[in-house]
Design a protein around this ligand. Structure first.
Ligand code: SAM
Length: 324
């Protein structure tokens, strides 16, 4: 099957700004933030989304930077939710601003929420993210649970010597809460403060959970499932899932296209290839020309990334600028 017939998922980064500075995401040197003018305006993004929908996009995820720091985000989400082609609309957030936005997000038509949660220890949260906001995030998670969002996925990037001693405790959150814990392999990108040697691959993570909490029982895949392999601990309310972009990549089933906050289309997260769509749009491109650019980007989607292989190309961009 060619990629053009299966790309149905657009991930949109609405900002490069974030209210946290996670050690694995931002560069260890000074970040040069973009100016207002460099960032695609909501009307511009909506035009790209409409064109994408005409080409088969039915799923959208809003990400960043931190999407909830951008002014007007709830109305923007609502505009996407109203598009008749959109069957699934989700957000990835660090949770810091969730408590105060939980209700408005529910009313906006947003369907699903993923929240980053790398630790349950407040002091460690501060070390990983640079801010003392663990409690704020936890209250945000509870607030969206109260609003009835389901499933709520909690994403953990596991790093040796940073939070790997919490793998089991994080997995066990799914015993008590109806959350889907998602363990993600650290992807070395840009110039982050985390070393490749700190990467822990999924087989080790899974083994450690099973040693303490019992056998992980496979959960049948749903039609809208992403790349996570899903499991349940015995008698758990929630689930445990594993995303292994490095140890067992899922490129052959990748249905994603990414739009960065500067208006470039990125057909593969882990490949430097990008197509500027914002400049032509600002210069007056027609809807047909916009569609042609989107198609070009989909057609040139690399068959596979090379992360983890010897002499692989270095990924220049930092995750916060693409959106994960
Ligand atoms: N600010 C939001 C958040 O924290 O969820 C959205 C943006 S963040 C870039 C999206 C996801 O990328 C988060 O779940 C984060 O943990 C993940 N991420 C960032 N850098 C990563 C890396 N180097 N390897 C693996 N995952 C990473």
């Amino acid at each position: 099957m060619s990629f053009s017939s299966k790309v149905n998922y657009l991930r949109i980064s609405v900002t490069d700004r974030c209210n946290l500075a996670c050690c694995y995401c931002v560069p260890k040197d000074q970040i040069s933030l973009l100016t207002h003018r460099d960032i695609a305006r909501y009307e511009e993004i909506l035009r790209i989304v409409r064109a994408s929908c005409r080409l088969g996009i039915t799923k959208v995820r809003i990400t960043g930077g931190e999407p909830l720091v951008r002014k007007g985000i709830v109305d923007f989400i609502q505009s996407i939710a109203k598009m008749p082609e959109i069957q699934d609309l989700s957000i990835t957030t660090n949770g810091v601003l969730l408590e105060k936005n939980a209700r408005a997000l529910k009313e906006s038509g947003l369907k699903r929420i993923n929240i980053s949660l790398d630790t349950l220890i407040p002091d460690r949260f501060r070390q990983i993210t640079g801010k003392d906001l663990f409690l704020q995030v936890w209250k945000g998670i509870m607030a969206v649970m109260d609003q009835g969002f389901s499933p709520i996925k909690l994403n953990t990037v596991v790093m040796r010597g940073v939070n790997d001693d919490e793998i089991e405790a994080l997995a066990e959150l799914s015993l008590k809460y109806p959350v889907h814990m998602r363990f993600i392999e650290y992807m070395p990108m840009g110039n982050s403060a985390v070393d490749s040697a700190q990467q822990i691959l999924i087989p080790e993570i899974k083994r450690r959970i099973e040693q303490r909490a019992g056998e992980l029982i496979p959960v049948e895949r749903g039609i809208n499932d992403g790349p996570a392999r899903r499991f349940k601990l015995p008698d758990a309310l929630g689930e445990v899932g594993f995303i292994s972009p490095v140890s067992s990549h899922f490129c052959h089933e990748c249905n994603r296209l990414r739009l960065t906050s500067t208006g470039t289309l990125r057909p593969c997260l882990l490949n430097n290839l990008e197509y500027d769509i914002l400049t032509p749009l600002r210069k007056g491109a027609t809807d047909r020309e916009i569609e042609a650019l989107i198609m070009k980007s989909i057609r040139n989607k690399p068959e596979s990334h090379h992360l983890g292989m010897v002499n692989s190309e270095r990924i220049e961009s930092q995750m916060f600028s693409i959106g994960g």
